[in-house]
Design a binder for this molecule. Structure first.
Ligand code: AHM
Ligand code: MG
Length: 334
Protein backbone atom coordinates (compact mmCIF):
# COMPACT_ATOMS: atom_id res chain seq x y z
CA UNK A 1 0.00 0.00 0.00
CA UNK A 2 1.32 3.48 -0.86
CA UNK A 3 1.69 5.70 2.16
CA UNK A 4 1.26 9.42 1.86
CA UNK A 5 0.82 12.33 4.17
CA UNK A 6 -1.92 14.85 3.56
CA UNK A 7 -1.62 18.56 4.28
CA UNK A 8 -4.15 18.14 7.10
CA UNK A 9 -2.13 15.36 8.77
CA UNK A 10 1.11 17.29 8.35
CA UNK A 11 -0.32 20.48 9.86
CA UNK A 12 -1.57 18.61 12.93
CA UNK A 13 1.77 16.82 13.40
CA UNK A 14 3.65 20.11 13.14
CA UNK A 15 1.46 21.74 15.77
CA UNK A 16 3.73 20.04 18.31
CA UNK A 17 6.55 22.40 17.16
CA UNK A 18 4.68 25.17 18.95
CA UNK A 19 4.26 24.03 22.57
CA UNK A 20 1.54 26.53 23.46
CA UNK A 21 -0.37 26.23 20.21
CA UNK A 22 -4.09 25.73 20.62
CA UNK A 23 -4.66 24.64 17.04
CA UNK A 24 -5.86 28.03 15.75
CA UNK A 25 -3.05 28.47 13.24
CA UNK A 26 -3.49 24.87 12.14
CA UNK A 27 -7.16 25.51 11.50
CA UNK A 28 -6.38 28.69 9.63
CA UNK A 29 -3.91 26.90 7.35
CA UNK A 30 -6.47 24.17 6.83
CA UNK A 31 -9.08 26.78 5.81
CA UNK A 32 -6.66 28.27 3.27
CA UNK A 33 -5.97 24.78 1.90
CA UNK A 34 -9.69 24.16 1.44
CA UNK A 35 -10.27 27.46 -0.37
CA UNK A 36 -7.26 26.72 -2.59
CA UNK A 37 -8.92 23.49 -3.70
CA UNK A 38 -12.11 25.34 -4.59
CA UNK A 39 -10.17 27.98 -6.55
CA UNK A 40 -8.15 25.25 -8.25
CA UNK A 41 -11.36 23.64 -9.47
CA UNK A 42 -12.42 26.89 -11.17
CA UNK A 43 -8.93 27.69 -12.53
CA UNK A 44 -8.88 24.28 -14.18
CA UNK A 45 -12.23 24.95 -15.79
CA UNK A 46 -11.22 28.37 -17.08
CA UNK A 47 -12.21 28.61 -20.71
CA UNK A 48 -15.12 26.24 -20.34
CA UNK A 49 -17.71 28.51 -18.85
CA UNK A 50 -18.38 32.19 -18.83
CA UNK A 51 -15.84 32.66 -16.07
CA UNK A 52 -13.17 34.05 -18.42
CA UNK A 53 -12.90 37.71 -19.27
CA UNK A 54 -13.14 40.99 -17.46
CA UNK A 55 -15.41 41.33 -14.49
CA UNK A 56 -15.98 44.90 -15.62
CA UNK A 57 -14.44 46.40 -12.49
CA UNK A 58 -11.20 48.16 -11.74
CA UNK A 59 -9.30 47.20 -8.56
CA UNK A 60 -7.37 49.49 -6.21
CA UNK A 61 -4.27 49.49 -8.41
CA UNK A 62 -6.42 50.65 -11.32
CA UNK A 63 -6.08 47.29 -13.06
CA UNK A 64 -8.99 45.54 -14.72
CA UNK A 65 -10.14 42.61 -12.57
CA UNK A 66 -10.66 39.22 -14.14
CA UNK A 67 -13.63 37.18 -13.06
CA UNK A 68 -11.37 34.56 -11.51
CA UNK A 69 -9.64 37.22 -9.37
CA UNK A 70 -12.99 38.15 -7.95
CA UNK A 71 -14.02 34.53 -7.51
CA UNK A 72 -10.74 33.59 -5.75
CA UNK A 73 -10.99 36.62 -3.48
CA UNK A 74 -14.53 35.67 -2.47
CA UNK A 75 -13.58 32.05 -1.82
CA UNK A 76 -10.63 32.83 0.43
CA UNK A 77 -12.53 35.47 2.38
CA UNK A 78 -15.50 33.14 2.79
CA UNK A 79 -13.26 30.31 4.02
CA UNK A 80 -11.55 32.63 6.50
CA UNK A 81 -14.89 34.01 7.68
CA UNK A 82 -16.33 30.55 8.21
CA UNK A 83 -13.16 29.23 9.87
CA UNK A 84 -13.35 31.74 12.73
CA UNK A 85 -9.56 32.12 13.28
CA UNK A 86 -9.01 35.31 11.29
CA UNK A 87 -10.08 38.79 12.38
CA UNK A 88 -9.13 40.76 9.28
CA UNK A 89 -8.12 40.06 5.70
CA UNK A 90 -6.01 42.44 3.61
CA UNK A 91 -6.49 41.47 -0.01
CA UNK A 92 -5.07 42.82 -3.24
CA UNK A 93 -8.63 43.08 -4.45
CA UNK A 94 -9.84 45.44 -1.69
CA UNK A 95 -8.66 48.95 -1.08
CA UNK A 96 -9.54 48.68 2.60
CA UNK A 97 -9.03 45.76 4.98
CA UNK A 98 -11.96 43.35 5.23
CA UNK A 99 -12.79 43.08 8.93
CA UNK A 100 -14.46 39.86 9.97
CA UNK A 101 -17.06 40.71 12.48
CA UNK A 102 -18.91 37.56 13.38
CA UNK A 103 -19.75 35.69 16.56
CA UNK A 104 -17.21 32.91 15.87
CA UNK A 105 -14.41 35.35 14.98
CA UNK A 106 -14.74 37.70 17.93
CA UNK A 107 -11.62 36.30 19.65
CA UNK A 108 -9.73 35.55 16.47
CA UNK A 109 -6.10 36.57 16.70
CA UNK A 110 -4.79 36.09 13.18
CA UNK A 111 -4.49 38.50 10.28
CA UNK A 112 -4.24 37.29 6.69
CA UNK A 113 -2.73 39.30 3.84
CA UNK A 114 -3.49 37.70 0.52
CA UNK A 115 -3.18 38.02 -3.22
CA UNK A 116 -6.00 35.63 -4.07
CA UNK A 117 -5.06 35.16 -7.71
CA UNK A 118 -1.71 36.49 -8.77
CA UNK A 119 -0.54 36.63 -12.36
CA UNK A 120 -4.05 37.25 -13.59
CA UNK A 121 -2.87 38.42 -17.01
CA UNK A 122 -1.96 34.77 -17.57
CA UNK A 123 -5.39 33.29 -16.83
CA UNK A 124 -6.87 33.71 -20.26
CA UNK A 125 -3.92 32.03 -21.95
CA UNK A 126 -3.61 28.86 -19.88
CA UNK A 127 -0.40 29.84 -18.09
CA UNK A 128 0.21 29.15 -14.39
CA UNK A 129 -1.26 31.52 -11.84
CA UNK A 130 -1.05 31.48 -8.06
CA UNK A 131 -2.29 32.51 -4.64
CA UNK A 132 0.07 34.13 -2.13
CA UNK A 133 -0.69 34.52 1.57
CA UNK A 134 0.88 35.80 4.72
CA UNK A 135 -0.29 35.31 8.31
CA UNK A 136 0.37 37.60 11.27
CA UNK A 137 -0.67 37.52 14.89
CA UNK A 138 -2.66 40.52 16.00
CA UNK A 139 -0.85 42.81 18.46
CA UNK A 140 -3.75 44.74 19.96
CA UNK A 141 -6.08 43.11 22.44
CA UNK A 142 -9.86 43.45 22.49
CA UNK A 143 -12.11 45.43 20.17
CA UNK A 144 -11.81 45.39 16.42
CA UNK A 145 -8.36 44.93 14.87
CA UNK A 146 -6.76 48.09 13.49
CA UNK A 147 -4.74 49.00 10.42
CA UNK A 148 -1.64 49.05 12.69
CA UNK A 149 -2.30 45.40 13.49
CA UNK A 150 -1.97 44.65 9.78
CA UNK A 151 1.03 46.84 8.99
CA UNK A 152 3.65 44.64 10.59
CA UNK A 153 7.12 43.95 9.26
CA UNK A 154 7.56 40.75 7.28
CA UNK A 155 9.78 39.48 10.09
CA UNK A 156 6.67 39.14 12.25
CA UNK A 157 4.95 36.69 9.89
CA UNK A 158 3.95 33.51 11.67
CA UNK A 159 3.31 31.67 8.42
CA UNK A 160 3.32 32.31 4.70
CA UNK A 161 2.73 30.31 1.60
CA UNK A 162 1.69 30.12 -1.98
CA UNK A 163 -0.38 27.92 -4.21
CA UNK A 164 0.70 27.42 -7.81
CA UNK A 165 -2.04 26.37 -10.19
CA UNK A 166 0.29 24.89 -12.77
CA UNK A 167 0.76 21.61 -14.62
CA UNK A 168 -0.04 20.25 -11.18
CA UNK A 169 -1.36 22.28 -8.27
CA UNK A 170 0.98 22.74 -5.34
CA UNK A 171 0.77 24.42 -1.97
CA UNK A 172 4.08 25.47 -0.42
CA UNK A 173 4.23 27.00 3.04
CA UNK A 174 6.39 27.81 6.01
CA UNK A 175 5.70 28.50 9.65
CA UNK A 176 9.31 29.55 10.20
CA UNK A 177 10.63 26.01 10.52
CA UNK A 178 11.59 25.21 6.96
CA UNK A 179 9.52 25.00 3.81
CA UNK A 180 7.33 22.11 2.72
CA UNK A 181 5.48 21.50 -0.53
CA UNK A 182 2.29 19.57 -1.15
CA UNK A 183 0.92 18.44 -4.50
CA UNK A 184 -2.81 18.17 -5.03
CA UNK A 185 -3.83 14.64 -5.94
CA UNK A 186 -7.06 15.29 -7.85
CA UNK A 187 -8.14 11.65 -7.53
CA UNK A 188 -8.50 11.96 -3.76
CA UNK A 189 -8.87 15.75 -3.55
CA UNK A 190 -6.02 16.12 -1.06
CA UNK A 191 -2.75 18.03 -0.99
CA UNK A 192 -0.09 15.37 -0.30
CA UNK A 193 3.42 16.00 0.99
CA UNK A 194 5.62 15.74 -2.10
CA UNK A 195 8.49 18.18 -1.40
CA UNK A 196 9.56 17.92 2.26
CA UNK A 197 12.06 20.44 3.58
CA UNK A 198 12.68 22.41 0.39
CA UNK A 199 16.13 24.03 0.18
CA UNK A 200 16.95 26.52 -2.55
CA UNK A 201 20.35 25.82 -4.14
CA UNK A 202 22.95 28.28 -2.82
CA UNK A 203 23.80 29.30 -6.38
CA UNK A 204 21.90 28.92 -9.62
CA UNK A 205 21.91 29.51 -13.36
CA UNK A 206 18.47 31.03 -13.94
CA UNK A 207 17.65 34.73 -13.91
CA UNK A 208 14.05 35.91 -14.14
CA UNK A 209 13.28 39.51 -14.98
CA UNK A 210 11.06 41.31 -17.47
CA UNK A 211 13.86 42.34 -19.77
CA UNK A 212 11.47 44.32 -21.93
CA UNK A 213 11.85 47.05 -19.31
CA UNK A 214 15.65 47.09 -19.76
CA UNK A 215 15.90 50.73 -20.75
CA UNK A 216 14.03 51.73 -17.58
CA UNK A 217 16.35 49.82 -15.22
CA UNK A 218 19.02 51.43 -13.08
CA UNK A 219 22.65 51.16 -14.02
CA UNK A 220 23.38 48.39 -11.49
CA UNK A 221 20.51 46.20 -12.72
CA UNK A 222 21.56 46.70 -16.35
CA UNK A 223 25.12 45.71 -15.49
CA UNK A 224 23.93 42.63 -13.60
CA UNK A 225 21.91 41.52 -16.64
CA UNK A 226 25.00 41.93 -18.80
CA UNK A 227 26.88 39.86 -16.21
CA UNK A 228 24.24 37.08 -16.49
CA UNK A 229 24.61 37.14 -20.26
CA UNK A 230 28.41 37.14 -20.17
CA UNK A 231 30.43 34.01 -20.88
CA UNK A 232 32.42 32.34 -18.12
CA UNK A 233 32.90 28.58 -17.71
CA UNK A 234 33.70 28.68 -14.01
CA UNK A 235 30.46 30.44 -13.03
CA UNK A 236 28.47 28.53 -15.72
CA UNK A 237 27.55 31.71 -17.58
CA UNK A 238 25.72 32.71 -19.63
CA UNK A 239 22.81 31.99 -17.33
CA UNK A 240 19.42 30.91 -18.60
CA UNK A 241 16.68 33.53 -18.81
CA UNK A 242 13.25 32.30 -17.70
CA UNK A 243 10.29 34.60 -17.08
CA UNK A 244 6.69 33.48 -16.92
CA UNK A 245 5.22 36.72 -15.58
CA UNK A 246 3.45 34.89 -12.76
CA UNK A 247 5.38 35.55 -9.58
CA UNK A 248 4.46 32.27 -7.93
CA UNK A 249 5.44 30.17 -10.94
CA UNK A 250 8.72 32.04 -11.45
CA UNK A 251 9.57 31.74 -7.75
CA UNK A 252 8.57 28.09 -7.54
CA UNK A 253 10.86 27.11 -10.41
CA UNK A 254 13.79 29.09 -9.02
CA UNK A 255 13.20 27.72 -5.51
CA UNK A 256 13.54 24.17 -6.80
CA UNK A 257 16.27 24.68 -9.40
CA UNK A 258 18.22 27.66 -8.06
CA UNK A 259 17.93 31.12 -9.57
CA UNK A 260 17.10 34.75 -8.98
CA UNK A 261 13.83 36.62 -9.48
CA UNK A 262 14.08 40.37 -9.96
CA UNK A 263 11.40 43.04 -10.16
CA UNK A 264 13.41 46.23 -9.75
CA UNK A 265 12.34 49.84 -9.56
CA UNK A 266 11.76 51.19 -13.07
CA UNK A 267 10.96 54.62 -14.41
CA UNK A 268 7.26 53.70 -14.62
CA UNK A 269 7.28 51.85 -11.26
CA UNK A 270 9.74 53.83 -9.09
CA UNK A 271 9.03 51.58 -6.09
CA UNK A 272 8.92 48.38 -8.09
CA UNK A 273 5.66 46.75 -9.11
CA UNK A 274 5.08 44.01 -6.58
CA UNK A 275 3.17 44.61 -3.37
CA UNK A 276 5.04 44.32 -0.08
CA UNK A 277 2.31 42.93 2.16
CA UNK A 278 0.97 40.08 0.04
CA UNK A 279 3.57 39.46 -2.64
CA UNK A 280 7.09 40.35 -1.49
CA UNK A 281 6.89 39.53 2.23
CA UNK A 282 5.38 36.03 2.00
CA UNK A 283 7.73 35.04 -0.81
CA UNK A 284 10.71 36.53 1.07
CA UNK A 285 9.81 34.51 4.18
CA UNK A 286 9.68 31.30 2.14
CA UNK A 287 12.90 32.05 0.27
CA UNK A 288 14.77 32.80 3.51
CA UNK A 289 13.36 29.72 5.19
CA UNK A 290 14.63 27.66 2.25
CA UNK A 291 18.13 29.13 2.70
CA UNK A 292 17.96 31.91 0.09
CA UNK A 293 17.97 35.70 0.29
CA UNK A 294 15.36 38.38 -0.40
CA UNK A 295 16.31 42.03 -0.69
CA UNK A 296 14.82 45.23 -2.07
CA UNK A 297 18.29 46.13 -3.30
CA UNK A 298 19.17 48.06 -0.16
CA UNK A 299 17.75 46.07 2.71
CA UNK A 300 16.21 42.76 3.69
CA UNK A 301 12.60 42.74 2.50
CA UNK A 302 11.44 41.28 5.82
CA UNK A 303 12.82 44.32 7.67
CA UNK A 304 10.93 46.95 5.67
CA UNK A 305 8.57 48.94 7.91
CA UNK A 306 5.25 49.03 6.04
CA UNK A 307 3.29 52.26 5.92
CA UNK A 308 0.43 51.35 3.59
CA UNK A 309 -1.54 48.23 2.77
CA UNK A 310 -0.84 48.26 -0.95
CA UNK A 311 2.68 49.66 -0.90
CA UNK A 312 5.11 48.34 -3.46
CA UNK A 313 8.70 47.22 -3.17
CA UNK A 314 11.50 46.37 -5.54
CA UNK A 315 12.65 42.80 -5.07
CA UNK A 316 15.69 40.64 -5.69
CA UNK A 317 14.95 37.16 -4.36
CA UNK A 318 16.39 33.69 -4.74
CA UNK A 319 19.65 31.78 -4.39
CA UNK A 320 21.91 33.38 -1.79
CA UNK A 321 24.99 33.78 -4.00
CA UNK A 322 23.00 35.26 -6.88
CA UNK A 323 21.26 37.85 -4.70
CA UNK A 324 24.57 38.81 -3.12
CA UNK A 325 26.06 39.21 -6.58
CA UNK A 326 23.35 41.58 -7.78
CA UNK A 327 23.71 43.54 -4.54
CA UNK A 328 27.40 44.05 -5.40
CA UNK A 329 26.36 45.65 -8.70
CA UNK A 330 23.71 47.78 -6.98
CA UNK A 331 26.20 48.99 -4.36
CA UNK A 332 28.42 50.34 -7.15
CA UNK A 333 25.60 52.35 -8.74
CA UNK A 334 26.32 55.98 -9.37
P1 AHM B 1 -0.92 41.02 -10.59
O1 AHM B 1 -0.98 41.00 -9.10
O2 AHM B 1 -1.68 42.15 -11.20
O3 AHM B 1 -1.25 39.68 -11.20
O4 AHM B 1 0.60 41.40 -10.99
C1 AHM B 1 1.63 40.71 -10.39
C2 AHM B 1 2.39 39.97 -11.45
C3 AHM B 1 3.36 38.98 -10.88
O5 AHM B 1 2.82 37.70 -10.79
C4 AHM B 1 4.49 39.00 -11.85
O6 AHM B 1 5.71 38.67 -11.23
C5 AHM B 1 4.46 40.41 -12.35
O7 AHM B 1 3.17 40.91 -12.13
C6 AHM B 1 4.76 40.52 -13.80
O8 AHM B 1 4.77 41.84 -14.18
P2 AHM B 1 5.23 42.32 -15.62
O9 AHM B 1 4.16 41.89 -16.56
O10 AHM B 1 5.38 43.80 -15.50
O11 AHM B 1 6.54 41.65 -15.91
MG1 MG C 1 -0.60 40.10 -7.56
Amino acid sequence: MTTFKTLGQFIIEKQADFPFAKGELSRLLRDIGIAAKVVNREVNKAGLGDILGDAGQINVQGEGQKKLDVYADQQFIKALQNGGECCVVASEEHELPVFIDSEISKNAKYIVCIDPLDGSSNIDVNVSVGTIFSIYRRDSVGGPATIEDILQKGLKQVAAGYVVYGSSTMLVYTTGKGVNGFTLDPSIGEFCLSHPDIRIPKDGCIYSINEGNYLKFSDGVKKYIKYCEGEDKQTKRPYTSRYIGSLVADIHRNLLLGGIFIYPATLSHPNGKLRLMYECNPIAFIIEQAGGKASDGKQRILEIEPTALHQRSACFMGSLDMVEKVEEFLAKEL
